[in-house]
Design a protein around this ligand. Structure first.
Ligand SMILES: [Zn+2]
Length: 207
């Protein structure tokens, strides 16, 4: 079951996915947004301690800013796609120049679950029935979590009709991959959910 978690005051959607070994949080918000995250979780009837795993759809500040904080505060296990190892380093460097943001640099260690492609078996090992797919377009390191239920958590993967000319091909290819693998309901990083049929129609219109 997917529970959308709205993080107040920051505009990004985080999502809580109930798995066999605890809740997986899809995306961690801005640095210092832990009070907002806690409030959002409480509105959904969840405590921070229910979160056992966290992944990020991409290493932008509003999606990955709390990855280290969550590990330090509640020992969550991070699920990191290999495509994101370099971009998380880039995020650390980005914040080195902004000490006033109180960002905690992501330090990958042996407790983190690093996944490549495919990763369905690795996710099954932590009680999640689904797969993390590389869905570039918004950024090179963007991934989506596609559950067997058809729920797809796509981060900032741009709507096909909003893509720039430079990214349109990559965006369309990522959506086609998600749809062909069974995405039914899209839960984006910003804005409300979208039916997969709407995306399919936009792809047809733009083709
Ligand atoms: Zn982004």
């Amino acid at each position: 079951m997917a529970v959308p978690i709205a993080v107040r005051s920051h505009g990004a959607n985080l999502y809580a996915v109930a798995g066999g070994q605890g809740v997986l949080l899809v995306d961690a918000g801005w640095p210092r947004s832990l009070p907002d995250l806690k409030a959002g979780l409480e509105e959904a009837g969840l405590r921070l301690s229910a979160i056992r795993f966290v992944m990020t759809t991409h290493a932008h500040p509003d999606h990955a800013g709390l990855l280290q904080t969550l590990k330090r505060r509640s020992g969550v296990r991070r699920i990191v796609h290999q495509a994101q190892l370099r971009s998380l380093d880039d995020l650390n460097r980005f914040f080195e120049r902004k000490p006033d943001r109180h960002y905690e640099p992501v330090v990958i260690d042996g407790e983190d679950l690093i996944v490549g492609r495919p990763n369905r078996v690795a996710l099954a090992g932590i009680g999640i029935d689904g797969e993390i797919l590389e869905t570039p377009g918004h950024s090179d390191d963007s991934v989506s979590l596609l559950l067997a239920s058809g729920d797809a958590f796509t981060g900032d993967l741009t709507r096909p009709d909003w893509a720039t000319p430079e990214s349109a091909d990559a965006v369309a290819a990522s959506w086609r991959d998600l749809l062909s693998r069974g995405a039914v309901r899209i839960w984006p990083g910003h804005g409300g959910p979208i039916a997969a049929g709407v995306i399919a129609e936009l792809l047809r219109a733009g083709a």
